[in-house]
Design a protein around this ligand. Structure first.
Ligand code: PMP
Length: 436
């Protein structure tokens, strides 16, 4: 199995990435790859952004690191304020970490601390959804609903149960309106809370637009509002995982604002670093922050590199670029173009059953039969074949499926840089069509 870098030539057949040029990565042989998925929804500004490079150089020339146990920094304070400035109502504290799994891990641990501090120590259970991924550290892994990933590490440290995802393409019943469908699947949360006993349930975790495991599937209108009501009714914290779909990817800085929902916690990462530095953040309310700050405090949980000045300086420049260059509007317009181009190419394709998403976060579902929506046998590993064929074509896309994550078939996730041009959208769909 190639990949993940273990040294002594264990890299297998992977190409060596040497340089970046806008939306392209160039390998050691000079071959150019159009980055159609931002790696995994990471590289939102492309690979050679002058403003981010300048911000990193500037911070490096002054100071790279000061431990957050001793100091804060201008870069970290500025970043925290930028993240809060455009956050949904009630979100007004930012805890800076180094990636998505760390952000989810922090959410779970701080939720637990919050309930310990507010006299509800029996609240320890997490509810999430099947076919979900929330990270690979033990707590985040426990939240995720993928049996293939979980099985060999069971029993996991956080007790989690899983309800149905919101996946209208596959699960809506005949004659059922989108609204009724959303309500029906959201109500599974209440059934599960009541089954477990509300006094034992700590949090519900979900992605507003599901990325890696389903291929850019937005919740149907009204679903998240219903989820919010149910959480409120039972005193359960709502954690929205925007590690993939956040930071402008869907055309809103925070994807959940399109659903009109304000969660208790939001996790972000990937696009926040834009690939220039590892960083993530957990955003939460003053209410939760205050309860922990007045009690056991934040030294219960932390990492050496949290609030890293270089990472924060780069991420601050990413947020400024998104804001100052009007990139959210650009994501909306280019996203609509990408959707139209995909529909023109694949709308009649016998093995593409659905084309969906929001902004520059799009997914195609591979099916054996468009009528029955039956997936291909996962043993065929179609997603891996599409990935290899696309790499051959000089296109980076993010197919997933089969036993890896899709659980119900294969899909292709697209998440190109926000700076993708109209010509590059055509190049992307041409190359993808050849690969598929
Ligand atoms: N949550 C979601 C929704 C993700 O997509 C991912 C990464 N694919 C993570 C958490 C974990 O992030 P990281 O890989 O940065 O630890």
């Amino acid at each position: 199995m190639p990949g993940h870098v273990f040294g002594r030539s264990t890299r297998g057949s992977l190409p060596i990435a040497r340089t970046g040029d806008g939306c392209y990565i160039i390998d050691a042989t000079g071959k150019r790859y159009l980055d159609g998925s931002g790696g995994a929804a990471v590289s939102c500004l492309g690979h050679s952004d002058p403003d981010i490079r300048a911000a990193l150089h500037d911070q490096l020339d002054r100071l790279a690191f000061a431990h957050t146990g001793f100091f804060t920094s201008d870069a970290a304070e500025t970043l925290a304020d930028l993240l809060i400035a455009d956050a949904p109502e009630g979100i007004d504290r930012a805890y800076l970490v180094s990636g998505g799994s760390e952000a989810v891990e922090a959410a779970i641990k701080l939720a637990r601390q919050y309930f310990m501090e507010t006299g509800q120590p029996q609240r320890h259970r997490v509810i999430a959804r099947r076919q979900s991924y929330h990270g690979n550290t033990l707590g985040a892994l426990a939240a995720g609903g993928n049996e293939w990933r979980r099985a060999q590490f069971a029993p996991l440290l956080v007790e989690t149960s899983h309800i149905a995802p919101c996946y209208a393409y596959r699960d809506r019943q005949e004659g059922e309106s989108l609204h009724d469908y959303g309500r029906r699947v959201a109500d599974e949360l209440e059934t599960e809370i009541l089954r477990l006993g509300p006094e034992t349930v700590m949090a519900f975790v979900a992605e507003p637009v599901v990325g890696a495991t389903m291929g850019a599937v937005p919740a149907v209108p009204g679903y998240l509002k219903r989820i919010r009501e149910i959480c409120d009714r039972h005193g359960v914290l709502l954690i929205l995982d925007e590690v993939m779909c956040g930071m402008g990817r869907t055309g809103q800085l925070y994807a959940c604002t399109a659903d009109g929902v304000a969660p208790d916690m939001i996790t972000v990462a990937k696009g926040l670093g834009a690939g220039y530095q590892p960083i993530g953040a957990l955003l939460t309310s003053a209410r939760i922050y205050d309860a922990i700050a007045a009690g056991s405090g934040f030294f219960q949980h932390g990492h050496t590199y949290m609030g890293h000045a270089m990472a924060a300086a780069g991420a601050g420049a990413v947020l400024r670029a998104i804001h100052d260059r009007g990139l959210l509007a650009q994501v909306q317009s280019r996203g609509a173009m990408l959707q139209a181009a995909l529909e023109a190419r694949f709308g009649q394709h016998p093995h593409i059953g659905d084309i969906r998403g929001r902004g520059l976060f799009r997914g195609l579902e591979i099916v054996m039969d468009r009528e029955t929506k039956d997936p291909f046998d996962s043993a065929r590993k179609l997603h891996a074949k599409v990935k290899a064929a696309a790499m051959e074509e000089g296109l980076i896309c993010y197919p997933m499926g089969g036993t890896i994550d899709g659980q119900r078939g294969d899909h292709i996730l697209l998440a190109p840089p926000f700076i993708i041009s109209t010509d590059q959208i055509t190049e992307l769909t041409d190359k993808l069509a050849r690969a598929v």
